[in-house]
Ligand binder design. Structure first.
Ligand SMILES: [Zn+2]
Length: 106
């Protein structure tokens, strides 16, 4: 049986079945999927992490995994680089202080 939201396979003995007043039946693999559809009213094909989205946009799992790795690498690079902007700001502050001191003496 597949999840109504993310269309992942639901293992036997897990997940939940939800029956609406209009007799529509939804199967959810997790509370995340249930909240996404019923509480937040998201559509499965509009949420990027779902299998439904990948099928709708014809994105293969391999390309999705590759893009995830790229994002991770970019985040790690950003963490490793110390922000050079702070140094620049400190320099300008020191320059301002040096400028102010001679004016105060006069
Ligand atoms: Zn699901």
């Amino acid at each position: 049986m597949k999840c109504s939201f993310c269309s992942n396979e639901i293992p036997r003995g897990t997940g939940m079945t939800y029956v609406q007043n209009d007799a529509r039946i939804f199967y959810f693999c997790s509370s995340k999927c249930q909240k996404g559809q019923l509480k937040l009213r998201h559509k499965g094909w509009e949420v990027k992490w779902t299998e439904t989205y990948r099928k709708a946009k014809s994105v293969s799992a391999a390309t999705a995994a590759a893009s995830k790795e790229k994002n991770k690498e970019q985040k790690q690079e950003q963490k490793q680089k110390p922000a050079p902007k702070k140094d620049a700001k400190q320099d300008t502050k020191q320059d301002i202080k040096q400028d102010k001191q001679p004016q105060a003496k006069q």
